[in-house]
Write a protein that binds this ligand. Structure first.
Ligand code: NAD
Length: 331
């Protein structure tokens, strides 16, 4: 049996996931949750969604009585993930939630607790954890092919357009570039090193205080790991850059682009990385179906605890900035 998924939030990424799911073998799109009635006929005919699987944000509680939906994929603005995952858990459905998992670690923990209490799984949309280039680099690192890891240097950013979009509003976005794309650098630093950071320091640059009145524009941050590795990372909404770099005593891996939808590109000390080019979200949804339906595990993980670890570091980065770039220790 396939994992029967409803998408909540039919925006740009929700549409991308819906298209990618057409090629899934273990997951299928069967329902929608939307606050935009005009989207309903379009999605119904495009994805063959029956009326009984169409919900809005007020009626989602009724999904409890619908045995034909197993999971809801929350693809709404970041600050709404908390409320929406709570609704999904209350409806007794497994929750898949986009990154960043929440706007604070406190909310992330609430979401984990609610899903555990409801007896449903909570997975976070870390699509790169299923992606072949990323997995190859991790595999080489774990096999010791690069020796002892000495340094990580990751950055990801883009020049944001429309000044009225939710990504620039604190109450919907939770934060700026760090929450949206800096999380890739941070998450990668954790899976490259296979360690959890013990301290962070961070600095913020704001060149356009009008456009970025509510959220961060550019943040540089450093993560200190127990073995002594320091990852240097940067993220921005003000220019385009994207790179993953890890160097060890015996070799290195470099990817650029490293975090987008692909095709990704990279090389190691052994030569170019040549892995299958896949639709990330197809692989992710098939992988998540295997986790939810068959209890499979994936490393690096994609569960709520993985999301919470990133949120704790994000909280600490904002704290460091607020305290004048002071070193913030992580518990
Ligand atoms: P979007 O603006 O295109 O879509 C957001 C959707 O949420 C819209 O359909 C909108 O109608 C709906 N929504 C519900 N309540 C809303 C409210 N109160 N205000 C505004 N919109 C509301 O945004 P997006 O780019 O699709 O991003 C959605 C989520 O997906 C974000 O959490 C983002 O970080 C994540 N995302 C992940 C990736 C990835 O590669 N994993 C890529 C892009 C976006």
């Amino acid at each position: 049996q396939k994992l029967r998924v409803a998408i909540m939030g039919l925006g740009s990424y929700g549409t991308r996931v819906a298209e990618a799911m057409k090629s899934c073998t273990s997951a299928e799109l069967v329902g929608i949750v939307t606050g935009s009635p005009e989207k309903i006929p379009v999605w119904k005919s495009k994805y063959n969604i029956p009326d009984k699987n169409v919900y809005n944000y007020e009626t989602i509680g009724q999904m409890k009585n619908n045995p034909d939906i197993d999971a809801v994929y929350v693809i709404t603005p970041n600050s709404l993930h908390h409320k929406h995952v709570m609704q999904v858990a209350a409806a007794g459905k497994h929750a898949i939630c986009e990154k960043p998992m929440a706007d604070t670690a406190k909310h992330a923990q609430d979401m984990i607790d609610a899903c555990e209490k409801a007896g449903v799984k909570l997975l976070i949309g870390y699509r790169l954890h299923f992606e072949p280039y990323t997995r190859k680099v991790i595999e080489m690192l774990r096999a010791g092919e690069m020796g002892k890891i000495m340094h990580v240097d990751n950055y990801q950013g883009f020049k944001i357009g429309d000044p009225t979009q939710w990504r620039l509003k604190k109450n919907l976005a939770g934060g700026g570039a760090l929450m949206d794309v800096g999380i890739y650098c941070l998450n990668a630093a954790r899976y490259l090193t296979a360690e959890e950071p013990v301290w962070v320091t961070a600095q913020e640059t704001k060149t356009d205080p009008v456009k970025f009145a509510e959220v961060d524009e550019t943040i540089t941050f450093q993560l200190g790991f127990p073995s002594g590795i320091i990852a240097t990372c940067a993220t921005t909404y003000n220019f385009n850059f994207e790179r993953l770099y890890v160097v060890g005593t015996k070799g290195f891996a470099e990817m650029s682009p490293a975090y987008g939808y692909g095709p990704l590109k990279g090389r190691t000390h052994k030569g170019p990385l040549e892995e299958p080019v896949v639709t990330h979200q197809t692989l992710q949804m098939d992988g998540m179906a295997d986790i939810i339906l068959n209890g499979k595990t994936v490393t690096p993980a994609v569960d709520g605890y993985e999301g919470l670890k990133d949120m704790k570091v994000i909280d600490a980065i904002y704290k460091s900035i607020k305290e004048g770039s002071k070193k913030v220790m992580l518990g």
